[in-house]
Design a protein around this ligand. Structure first.
Ligand code: FRU
Length: 493
């Protein structure tokens, strides 16, 4: 694989001719792992979803983007617009690293509306000659013609005293007439923290303070925070780095989770329950939420992780976004469901009812590389259930459910090439209630598994061969009576 020099990683895309960029795009489109219904980069690397908002009749969805290769280099924001969150129109790079404050990357941030106009607040990443970092928080306003005009000076020029330059990812929210920005930060003694800034005119931002939680020693940096009210609760999300794995918890390189509680913004006190992970799969990070046209809270995540090499790197692209999920709190628990509009992508429907037992059963006529599959467990006498997807003679992506322990496991050891470094080939979660339903979205190189109507989600990239299309069900012993509903999905990517 090509070793990238710093100069190459920080080369602006404007230095490359449009003809070359077009040729790269055509070449990337040939990759056998291209997705069909997920947002993915035209070329290069995608990471965090940014600036998500429903504004003036349309959704605006951007993502972190390094256009020139599958590495974390000079970041732009690539933007899509959408009317329904399932069909997307590309609008290219809308925020570029073209000022002294964001010269080394237009980093993550959020969108907000002020006096009827769309604004973005984001982190400008600047490096000096010694490569030491300055992080400032910047604002850009969308003009009538859809272009963005950056405010000339940073709104927040650097971190408050006692914090390092790991100070980023402002998520703006409103309480009455006051705008707040919650930011990811690191103390000088290397503890992850969340900071709040506030403003009434979006020009003067005042440091409000550090959010007080019970998580004093919980990683060295917290990034990509979010805050929102949901069904009578306050929810704070963030991505802590530096957490040791603990059994089945915190298995990925960095974590992404949430706290449910009550947030006294004036006093900066957050009374909260345990930190819980948003996703139990291999590839999920840096999610952001926003409100839909109907006022629902929607989440989109990055289906990837930092500091990890992916099998598509050699095809000069990496990563995609997750399908949008709607969020609710029911009986004190967070539920994440695929948004209802995803049903618009359904084309052909096939259903089958049948028993599965220890003889591995291939489900006919089912097979495919891109589909939505709903498995209802109608009667179950089995000890362990096995569902294999993207299966061939040599490959299979295996979901195992143990009826005694209620543990659900995703095994990608035979799913094809793996992201590296490989830290185990299984991820598990213990469900709160016995497994009744799986709703699974399979795309060319990913799987998103929603268990029991939003109780748990496991999101992962998989890289099986194109011949691996089988769908199978079996048990360890005993039989299970299942209903399968499979939908082909319209290509929208
Ligand atoms: C998370 C992150 C953010 C940062 C961005 C840079 O993946 O590290 O904290 O703003 O990526 O691309």
């Amino acid at each position: 694989m090509k070793a990238w020099t710093r100069e190459e990683r920080y080369q602006p895309m404007e230095a490359v001719s449009p003809v070359t960029l077009e040729a790269m795009k055509e070449q990337v489109a040939e990759s056998p792992y291209r997705q069909t219904f997920h947002i993915q980069p035209e070329t290069g690397l995608l990471n965090d979803p940014n600036g998500l908002i429903y504004y003036d009749g349309e959704y605006y969805i951007s993502h972190q983007w390094f256009p020139l290769g599958a590495v974390h280099g000079l970041k732009y924001w690539f933007n899509y617009r959408s009317r329904d969150l399932v069909h997307f129109e590309p609008h290219g790079a809308i925020l570029k690293p073209d000022t002294e404050y964001d010269s080394h990357g237009v980093y993550s941030g959020s969108a907000f509306e002020y006096q009827g106009r769309l604004y973005y607040m984001y982190t400008g990443n600047h490096r000096d000659e010694d490569w030491s970092r300055t992080s400032s928080q910047l604002i850009a306003k969308m003009e009538d013609d859809g272009t963005l005009k950056k405010f000339p000076k940073p709104m927040v020029a650097g971190p408050p005293e006692g914090y390092t330059q790991h100070f980023r990812d402002p998520k703006v929210f409103q309480r009455g007439d006051t705008y707040y920005a919650i930011l990811g930060a690191q103390t000088e003694d290397e503890a992850g923290r969340l900071l709040l800034y506030k403003s009434t005119d979006i020009v003067k931002w005042e440091f409000h303070g550090e959010v007080q939680t019970r998580l004093d020693a919980f990683g060295y940096m917290w990034e990509c925070p979010d805050y929102f009210e949901l069904d009578g609760h306050d929810v704070v999300m963030f991505c802590p780095q530096g957490i040791e794995s603990d059994g089945e918890r915190y298995r990925n390189i960095y974590q992404s989770g949430y706290l449910i509680g009550q947030f006294d913004i004036e006093q900066l006190e957050l009374n909260h329950g345990d930190f819980l992970e948003l996703d139990h799969g291999f590839d999920f990070y840096a999610p952001q939420t926003f409100t839909s046209e109907d006022g629902e809270r929607i989440l989109i995540g990055w289906m990837g992780l930092p500091d990890t090499a992916y099998p598509t790197d050699k095809d000069d692209w990496a990563h995609c976004l997750t399908v949008p999920r709607s969020l609710h709190i029911e009986d004190g628990k967070l539920k994440q469901r695929p948004i209802a509009n995803l049903q618009k992508l359904r084309t052909n429907e096939e259903t089958a009812l049948g028993y599965a037992n220890k003889f591995n059963r291939k489900l006919q006529p089912y097979e495919g590389k891109q589909y939505e599959l709903i498995i209802d467990i109608l009667e179950n006498e089995a000890t362990e259930l096995y569902f294999e997807l993207r299966a061939s003679k040599t490959q299979s992506t295996l979901i195992t459910y143990n009826t005694r322990t209620q543990k659900l496991t995703l095994d990608r050891s035979e799913s094809g090439p793996l992201p590296e470094p490989v830290d185990g080939t299984t991820r598990s979660t213990v469900l709160d209630t016995p497994l009744q339903q799986l709703q699974i979205f399979v795309d060319t190189s990913s799987i998103e598994i929603f268990c029991n109507d939003g109780e748990r989600v496991l999101t992962s990239r998989i890289f099986p061969d194109s011949e691996a299309t089988g769908i199978k069900a079996s048990t360890e012993s005993g039989q299970v009576y299942l209903k399968f509903t499979k939908y082909d999905l319209e290509e929208n990517a």
